[in-house]
Design a protein around this ligand. Structure first.
Ligand code: AMP
Length: 149
């Protein structure tokens, strides 16, 4: 039996999850803007950062730090973008608090800050530039990352 988690109106399959902490889970992205773009979300479904308890905030960012070290290494990055779009006017499309963790390297975007435009485009229904990945592809990536946690 495969467990699923609600992430807004999306379903996250346990095969996408590579890390569990006390309050959060780390999972691979349906539409990564760069290789190794993963997410960490709270188990408790709240929309805004301010809705998290101190323990959840601490756990989420300690998890993001651990995940960042792994994805930067595994995807040959030299830096990280850690991004939270906290509310719809900040670009949040999934109303479930989460952090984007994205390995970065020289030249990955022509303009460095284009990454924010790409993150915003990634979930728009009319965005056909990036195909959603298959469950098989996401499973393979999550299986690889799971060994490090
Ligand atoms: P935001 O726009 O900041 O709320 O980010 C939402 C993120 O969730 C984007 O990076 C999407 O690609 C990602 N996403 C949406 N649906 C799924 C899904 N079913 N599995 C994994 N990632 C998803």
């Amino acid at each position: 039996m495969s467990l699923t988690y609600a992430f807004g109106k999306n379903t996250i399959f346990s095969s996408q999850i590579f890390m569990y902490s006390k309050y959060c889970f780390g999972f691979v992205n349906l539409k990564p803007v760069l290789p190794g773009h993963v997410l960490v979300a709270s188990f408790r479904v709240v929309q805004r950062f301010s809705d998290l308890t101190s323990e959840e905030v601490s756990d989420m960012y300690i998890s993001a730090q651990k995940i960042g070290k792994i994805v930067e290494r595994e995807y040959n990055g030299t830096s990280l973008s850690l991004v939270m779009q906290d509310g719809p006017e900040a670009g949040q499309t999934v109303p479930h608090c989460h952090v984007h963790i994205i390995p970065r390297k020289v030249g990955d975007f022509v303009e460095n800050d284009d990454i924010y435009k790409e993150i915003n485009k990634s979930t728009r229904v009319d965005n056909e530039e990036r195909e959603p990945r298959s469950l098989e592809e996401m499973d393979k990536e999550a299986t690889h990352l799971r060994q490090f946690f």
